[in-house]
Structure formats: structure tokens, C-alpha cells
Design a protein around this ligand. Structure first.
Ligand code: ADP
Ligand code: G6P
Length: 483
């Protein structure tokens, strides 16, 4: 029976070693959290990196890693520390990530990184081919594996290959600055179907293909000498029912089951019943606009001193890619900003920012989503932003206000949120004020619309639509051959 082979750099499970034992935790990030429910329900295997370098895994535990992965229908692909440095911290996260998010000043062009990127992409392609049987569908994910589709195509010309890019695709003027632009485009074009979160990313990609490779582009189809490649937008959704149910369970739980975090949040609410909690959750990444958010919050408190002691920003930042210098610098900047603002505004009984720099279990995320009155998400660039969707899905009484950057892919589908430009502090401060004062009925009205859309365009539907379209390309290919 044919199966789907999912392939992404990071597996949905993260393996670490604690006291000579393997610990398995869920991976953080939209790709892993979103795709996990599709994988769970379907007949698929998922190939990817388990989060430790080959050298970090004691030889006696290698089989154990594979066993843990297999329990979740995953295959662990081991990468050496040199490969992780050159491929992951190097080309993926010092070249492609910043370039595709328009951080050109952070983008490095290094031949060694490129060499490792090709080597590791080949390693992934070879591993896929080890598992591939005729009739299988191969689904490659994200910017770390842009060369994989064509590497598979070279060995398995008839394979059905889909590619989905979870981050923005930049405009041609930005993309063209990449020294390896031709190779990267040719790599992706090995796929039959290429998906993006938004129509804008799709348009940018098509424009780069037509101007750099000079292929014929008609509407959303690219004609190659032997095949047609389809490009389309598929905005990724969330596992709506999972978040809704988790929120309902949360409200039904007894106080004995409450987490320490929830107790602390409740304490705050009891002490200051008319105060509001503003939430932000992201990986600590310079694309997320964390420093902008803190500065906008400072601006808000400066301009609206009547809100002192009446508001608190609960900011959860998850450690990410800390071997890359810009991430380390951002960590220092955020630490300093939080310290400075807490020092500037704190009173004996109140601090304006609660800052957590760690990963948290799912239950705690639900505590935060369900308890905070406002979510403030200010990315400078973001492929989608699933946190925005998760926040709305957990608001089972339909109250709560989402303030969301127009630079997030999610903003295209979430018009009822308060949409802001993350560079405009005055606008963010005004949105915060609007959020505080928004009547309950208006919150319910906005969230009713948002929830209806999110429930309908769930991650299941996203995967279904992509797969349906991918299978359709096979028929097009057969028709193309017969011409
Ligand atoms: P990105 O993919 O850039 O990290 P998204 O907002 O699209 O951004 O996705 C982040 C995902 O990671 C969400 O599904 C969110 O629930 C999850 N997540 C964020 N913070 C944590 C955390 N502290 N612990 C566990 N999961 C988290
Ligand atoms: C984003 C990317 C994913 C990545 C995730 C976490 O969601 O699109 O591909 O897995 O961030 O980043 P990390 O570098 O930890 O895998």
C-alpha cells in the first residue's frame, strides 16, 4: 500500500539526554506543531533530525533513538556536529532564514555553508530514496531542504513530490542577491507542486523563476522541458479541535489540578481584578519583533500612565538557534530591555513585564492563552504565525482581543484582529488602548468570525487540500506526456 513520506529538517519529537537516559519532548515551531496532527492521523512516515548531533548521542543509545522515533512513525536522520554547524546554523539560518525574512544585513554568503547545505540535502534525499516505493507521495518541507525535490527527481523521475515553504518567499529584488539563486530555484522545481502560505509569497517565487531561470510562467504553472510545475498558496491552519478541547478541559479542571503558573496568574487576577494581562509567545527570534513590542509597551505606559498597575505583559520567549550570533545578541537586548522597563515602571506591588525564557509544556500554553485578555504579536516578518490562531481557538467564551502585525502571513486571514504595523509604536499603543476598552459584545462579534474561519480552515483541511492538488499534478503529468 502506498504511503506519504514527510520530510523536514526537524522531527516533531526532540530527543535529549538526561542522566544517561533519552528524554523525548515535542518540538517547538509551527511546522512541527502543525504537521503533527496530519501525521498522527494518516499513513505516513516522517524523516528528520532528532535534535542532537551524532557525537552527542552515546553509541550505545543510537538504536534507542531510532526506536523512540519509530514509536511515532518517524525515522531519525543523524547529522554530525560539522554538518549542523555548516548546514543548520550556517546556510539555513545565517543565509536563507535572514534573506527570506528581509534581514539582508544579517545574510552571510559563505562557500563552506553552501557546501554543507548541498551535502546534507543529498543525505536527506538519499534517506528518502531508501524508504521510497513506487506510488508513494513525497512531501518535503521548508527552507532547510530547498534542494531535496530535484535530488529525488534525478533518481526517481516519476515520483510524486510536493514541497511546502513555511517561511516567506522574498521579492525578486531581494532573492536575486543570493549567489546560489539558480541552484536553489532548480532544486525546488524538482517538485510537482510548490506551496506557500500566502498569494504574495507565491507571486514572488513565480516572478523569481521567470526572471532568473527564464521559464515560461502561465498564471500559476511553470513549464519545464519535460514537466509542468504547479505553484499555489495554502494558508496553514491549526488543529482547532485540539486547542478548543484543551481550553474546555482547562476550565473544567479542579483547583487541585492547577499548574503553578495558573496559580500565579490567578493570584494576579485576585490582587488586581480590574487589571489586564497581555500575552506574547514566540521563539526568541529577531523576526518576531520582540524588542519592538517591548519598546511599544514602554511607549504605551509613558503616554498612558493611568494604566500603571492596571496591565501586565506576560512574555514567553522560547530559546532558539542560540549558536547564531544575532540570536545571542537579541537575547541580551531583550534581557536589558525587560530589566530597564521593569526598573523604570515597577511599584512595590507590581512589575510591568513577566518574562519567561524557556519552553513550556502544552498545558501551560493553554493556561496562558485562556487567562490573558489580549495577545500582542508583533513580528517584523513571519511566514504565518500559528500562535495568533491558537490564541483565538482557545477563547471558548469568545472574549479576548488579538493585536497582530500586518507582516504575519496570518494577518491575511484574520481581519477581525486589530492589525498593526510593528514599526509604528503609536499605532500599537493606540491598539492596546482600543483592546482595553473594547466592549465585550464587540470582542465576541470579532472572535465569532475568526473562530468560524479557523475551525473551517484547519490544519487537516490544509493538508487535505495540498495532497489533493499534489495528486492532481500526476494526472496533468500523464496528459503532458501524451502530447
Ligand atoms: P514559528 O514557527 O516561527 O516558531 P509559529 O507561531 O507559527 O512560529 O509557531 C510556533 C509554535 O510553537 C506554535 O504552535 C506554538 O504553540 C508552539 N510553541 C511556542 N512556544 C512554545 C513553548 N514555550 N512550548 C511549547 N510550544 C510552544
Ligand atoms: C520555523 C521554521 C521551521 C523550524 C521552526 C523551529 O517554524 O519554519 O522549519 O523547525 O521554526 O526552528 P528550529 O531551527 O528550532 O528547527
Amino acid at each position: 500500500m502506498s504511503k506519504t513520506i514527510i520530510i523536514s529538517n526537524r522531527l516533531p519529537l526532540q530527543i535529549s539526554i538526561e542522566n544517561d537516559h533519552l528524554e523525548v519532548t515535542p518540538s517547538v515551531g509551527g511546522l512541527a506543531t502543525g504537521l503533527k496532527s496530519f501525521h498522527k492521523d494518516g499513513d505516513s512516515i516522517w524523516i528528520g533530525w532528532p535534535g542532537l548531533t551524532e557525537e552527542e548521542i552515546p553509541s550505545g543509545l543510537k538504536d534507542e533513538v531510532q526506536k523512540k522515533a519509530k514509536e511515532e512513525n518517524c525515522v531519525a536522520l543523524h547529522l554530525t556536529s560539522d554538518e549542523i554547524d555548516g548546514f543548520y546554523y550556517g546556510f539555513s539560518n545565517r543565509t536563507i532564514w535572514p534573506l527570506f525574512h528581509y534581514f539582508m544585513e544579517y545574510t552571510e554568503s559563505d562557500d563552506d555553508y553552501w557546501r554543507y547545505y548541498k551535502q546534507v540535502n543529498q543525505k536527506y534525499a538519499d534517506e528518502i530514496l531508501n524508504h521510497y516505493e513506487e506510488g508513494d507521495v513525497i512531501w518535503v518541507h521548508d527552507y532547510q531542504l530547498l534542494l531535496v525535490p530535484n535530488m529525488i527527481r534525478e533518481k526517481a523521475p516519476d515520483a510524486i513530490i510536493g514541497f511546502f515553504n513555511h517561511i516567506p518567499f522574498p521579492s525578486y529584488e531581494v532573492f536575486r542577491t543570493l549567489p546560489w539563486r539558480d541552484e536553489v530555484l532548480k532544486g525546488v522545481l524538482g517538485a510537482d507542486l510548490i506551496g506557500f502560505h500566502t498569494y504574495d509569497y507565491e507571486r514572488h517565487f513565480l516572478s523569481s523563476v521567470s526572471r532568473i531561470l527564464r521559464h515560461q510562467v502561465d498564471f500559476n504553472e511553470i513549464t519545464l522541458p519535460d514537466r509542468i510545475v504547479k505553484v499555489d498558496s495554502f494558508p496553514m491552519g491549526i488543529d482547532y479541535k485540539k486547542f478548543e478541547q484543551a481550553a474546555l478541559d482547562h476550565f473544567e479542571s479542579t483547583s487541585a489540578d492547577q499548574s503553578e503558573l495558573q496559580k500565579r496568574l490567578d493570584h494576579h487576577l485576585k490582587d488586581t481584578p480590574d487589571a489586564k494581562l497581555i500575552l506574547s509567545i514566540d521563539r526568541l527570534d529577531y523576526t518576531k519583533g520582540i524588542a519592538h513590542r517591548i519598546r511599544a509597551y514602554e511607549y504605551f505606559l509613558d503616554k498612558n500612565p493611568e494604566y500603571i498597575e492596571k496591565v501586565r505583559l506576560v512574555m514567553l520567549a522560547v530559546p532558539s538557534r542560540s549558536n547564531v550570533p544575532q540570536y545571542r545578541r537579541l537575547k541580551r537586548e531583550v534581557d536589558e530591555l525587560v530589566g530597564r522597563i521593569n526598573g523604570k515602571f515597577s511599584t512595590v506591588s507590581w512589575t510591568p513585564i513577566w518574562y519567561f525564557y524557556r519552553s513550556m509544556p502544552f498545558e501551560n500554553l493553554i493556561d496562558l492563552y485562556t487567562t490573558c485578555d489580549i495577545a500582542l504579536l508583533t513580528p517584523i516578518r513571519d511566514g504565518m504565525n500559528l500562535v495568533a490562531k491558537e490564541y483565538i481557538a482557545t477563547r471558548t467564551d469568545k472574549t479576548g482581543v488579538l493585536i497582530l502585525s500586518e507582516m504575519a502571513g496570518a494577518a491575511h486571514e484574520m481581519n477581525e484582529a486589530l492589525i498593526i504595523n510593528p514599526n509604528n509604536f503609536e499605532q500599537i499603543a493606540a491598539a492596546m488602548k482600543t483592546a482595553f476598552e473594547m466592549p465585550r459584545e464587540e470582542q465576541i462579534e470579532r472572535n465569532t468570525m475568526l473562530q468560524k474561519r479557523l475551525r473551517r480552515y484547519s490544519v487537516e483541511k490544509w493538508a487535505e487540500d495540498f495532497m489533493k492538488s499534489l495528486r492532481g499534478t500526476k494526472e496533468n503529468r500523464d496528459a503532458f506526456k501524451s502530447i
